[in-house]
Ligand binder design. Sequence first.
Ligand code: PGA
Length: 250
Amino acid sequence: MRRKVIAGNWKMHFSPLETEKFLNELVPLLENKAGLDWIVFPPSVSLFKAKEKLNKSFIKFGAQNCHQEQKGAFTGEISALMLKELGCQYCLVGHSERRQYFNETSMACNLKIKALINQGITPIYCVGETLKEREEGKTEKVLKEQITSGLKDINLNDSLVVAYEPVWAIGTGVVATPQQVEEAHKLIRLCLADTVFNQKRAAEISILYGGSVKPENSQELSMLSQVDGFLVGGASMVAKSFAQIGQIPL
Ligand code: PGA
């Protein structure tokens, strides 16, 4: 059985004080929803606050990025080792904003993924094509490249979640159609089976959809056999909307 995951990527929003306020609102809303894996991704300065607030909760938290080295002269960076101490169980890797604005390649993601796995932190590896790539018929090629180089030399029993986030659907209000989502998720799972793991292990990996997910569109998408949950940006910062997205039986 694949784990069902509802993850909220807060991006560069919510200071420690705002995190406290938001979690005060969110935690009671999720009270009877322990059947899913709920994860929030605050900015790194707010992780300590998340740890404090989620201490007794089933809601997990993680970081949005990490450096591949454990320590060293890398000004401004945070290592997986440090995230572990902060109580992070997950970390996003390769979000399209990191690829786009910070020139992160799939090869760089591979090093981060290995560093996280070494610390027992589950990477949520984000992949997705741009609008131009989709229009040029390159979606399959791009997804395969991101999967094969990002997940190179990952072991069969390493903990991993994949998120399919078409770049053109992130923060745009344009959501991918159920057919586009199902096709991309199938392709990703096939690629996981052929080039990273094997069929049995690939069938166990949760693949989340991300890109303008809201309570109004999550119902239809959650019915797709290949969708194991959502990575939510904007709507994850509205407590009621986030809670509602997870209300749907996945
Ligand atoms: P969005 O963001 O839900 O605001 O489109 C998704 C993401 O960036 O993970």
